[in-house]
Design a protein around this ligand. Structure first.
Ligand code: FAD
Length: 530
């Protein structure tokens, strides 16, 4: 099948070239829309304004015009035919998961066709002995865990929203459990991807689900965090984990942000195998108390969770309590019952909505930076001071066990001046993270919001004209037969950071069709990337 699809795209089996051309927003011809309908069926194509509007944004404040059409493919063959059709006409393709992104990744900067993948929602294969599962792109992380409930296994990556698992692959998502179980990067074993021209690629080889490999470049890793710029992910093979035998949650309040973050660092340094360690500042605690009927102190707080046997849990809990008390914690309490634990985590996961309630009618603008743990205290303390000094309504919370935190600012979308100040604040925060050897995004991705910062993070340290030739040199490992040139990745960085994102799928004419083997790709002509 993959060969057929590849050949179809390469040999131009989809002769729609005369129907429209890229860049003519809102001008998809009737013929092109008919061609979309011929692939997925009329009920699965919409050009209605309300539907396009609904697909023109995610949960963030980033806005641009909506896509020209929305389509709902039912299977991978249809995705492939849609991609080939759009590609042959130069029409931008925007993959759409559940639209919970926070950086405007689904915005149709140049119009085009939004491919909503939620109708492909099957759990295709569960390998209990191999701790792996294969899911279609419409399956969300909550649906998967409900399905796994009696299996003794679970999938731990848990962004606050019930996002699609392939959208989570696309954004390199993580969540509260990442400190122990890793992010999507560590939990994806293989991906089925439809490339821009319609070709099908299995990044680790068809059906493979090994835990480790030294066989060349990590093609799977290239697609994690690619945000729809390289292809449409139509299936993901994910790594599962044994469900913990027992769980206990603890909360503790601190006299200062510094004391809470110092405790985080000390707990990690003491090698306490904490499963979750979340920071909530006083503002977040106050609003969570009201929104979720908690009775916690209004102070910088840590929510911790431990997994293990009953005996090891008692040890972990005791060690964490000692460390936090040493740092001045004044209210350490634990919850063993499932109901009480769920209540606390539901409050944490609903913190975004609780914070939104602080300023009715306003929107939330979420920042997302990540720094080395040792630099966490200074950046958090500084950010808290900046928030106060600039008079913003906002709160800080985050996955501090990974050095990752968010500052959520509330802004009146009609107030341009305030919006500009918020943007300036978030850019300054991103730059501060870079200066502390961190990254401008720990988990929300680049989308529209972080393109400038990505350039500063990845490209500025090396002059552009030096970077590409040096990375793409044939002198690197000559004769090794590894034909995925570093050129590919360096060119990707340029496309990702210099061009509007949604140009990418249709605009990149890198000839992905030349898939020589499961692991070997060749960039036919890097010049065509411009
Ligand atoms: C309340 C709230 C809390 C959140 N908490 C977290 C958190 O703790 N951690 C975290 O990481 N994120 C968090 N997020 C952000 C969001 O949930 C994640 O970014 C999530 O991974 C997005 O998945 P999605 O399916 O909604 O993707 P979408 O928003 O639909 O798309 C995101 C990007 O991925 C691309 N894409 C989507 N599906 C595919 C596909 N199948 N193939 C190729 N490209 C695709 C899109 O084109 C777009 O660029 C939160 C969001 C909200 C609203």
């Amino acid at each position: 099948m993959a060969g057929l699809l590849r050949a179809a795209a390469t040999w131009g089996l989809f002769p729609w070239r005369s129907y429209c051309s890229r860049g003519m927003q809102g001008e998809l011809s009737k013929g092109f829309v008919e061609a979309l309908k011929a692939v997925v069926g009329s009920p699965h194509v919409s050009t209605a304004a309300a539907v396009r509007e609904q697909h023109g944004h995610d949960e963030s404040m980033h806005r641009c015009q909506p896509p020209d059409a929305v389509v709902w493919p039912q299977n991978v063959e249809q995705v492939s035919r849609l991609a080939a059709l759009c590609y042959s006409q130069g029409v931008p393709i925007i993959p759409f998961g559940t639209g919970t992104g926070l950086e405007g990744g689904v915005c149709a900067v140049q119009g085009g066709v939004c491919i909503n993948l939620t109708h492909m929602d099957k759990i295709l294969e569960l390998n209990l002995e191999d701790f792996s599962v294969v899911v279609e792109p419409g399956v969300t992380h909550k649906t998967l865990n409900t399905h796994l409930r009696d299996s003794g296994l679970w999938f731990p990556v848990d962004p606050g929203a019930d996002a699609s698992l392939c959208g989570m692959v696309a954004t390199g998502a993580s969540g509260t459990n990442a400190v122990r179980y890793g992010t999507m990067r560590e939990n994806v074993l293989n991906l089925e991807v439809v490339l821009p021209g319609g070709q099908l690629l299995h990044t680790a080889g068809l059906g493979r689900h090994f835990r480790k490999s030294a066989a060349g470049y990590n093609l799977t890793g290239l697609f994690v965090g690619s945000e729809g710029t390289l292809g449409l992910i139509t299936a993901a093979t994910l790594r599962l984990h044994p469900a913990p035998e027992a769980t206990v949650v603890a909360t503790c309040a601190f006299p200062s942000v510094q004391a809470a973050v110092d405790s985080t660092v000390h707990i990690l340094q003491a090698a306490v195998p904490v499963a979750r360690i979340e920071f909530l500042d006083d503002v977040t605690m106050d609003t969570c108390n009201r929104h979720s009927q908690l009775n916690c102190s209004v102070a910088p707080t840590l929510f911790l969770e431990f997994h293990g046997s009953k005996q090891t849990l008692a040890e972990q809990l005791q060690r964490a309590e000692e460390i936090t008390q040493h740092n001045g914690a004044f209210r350490f309490s634990s919850a063993k019952e499932a109901e009480e634990r769920s209540r606390l985590w539901a409050a944490r996961h609903n913190a975004w909505y609780a914070i939104l309630a602080l300023r009715p009618g306003c929107k939330g603008y979420s920042t997302d930076v990540c720094v080395p743990i040792s630099r966490l205290p200074e950046i958090l303390v500084q950010t808290k001071e900046d928030l106060k000094a600039q008079g913003f309504t906002g709160a800080i919370l985050g996955h501090v066990g990974d050095g990752n935190f968010h500052c959520i600012l509330l802004v009146d979308p009609e107030d341009r001046e305030e919006l500009q100040r918020v943007k300036a604040f978030t850019e300054q925060l991103g730059r501060r993270a870079l200066a502390l050897h961190g990254t401008c995004t720990g988990e929300h991705g680049i989308g529209l919001g972080k393109r400038q910062l990505l350039q500063e993070e990845v490209l500025r340290p090396v002059a552009n004209d030096i970077l590409v030739p040096s990375l793409s040199s044939d002198l690197l490992q000559p004769g090794e037969g590894m034909v995925i040139r570093l050129q590919v990745t360096s060119q990707l960085l340029f496309v990702r950071s210099l061009e509007p994102k949604d140009l990418s799928m249709a605009n990149m004419s890198l000839d992905w069709a030349q898939v020589h083997s499961e692991h070997v790709l060749q960039a036919a002509d890097a010049n065509q990337w411009k």
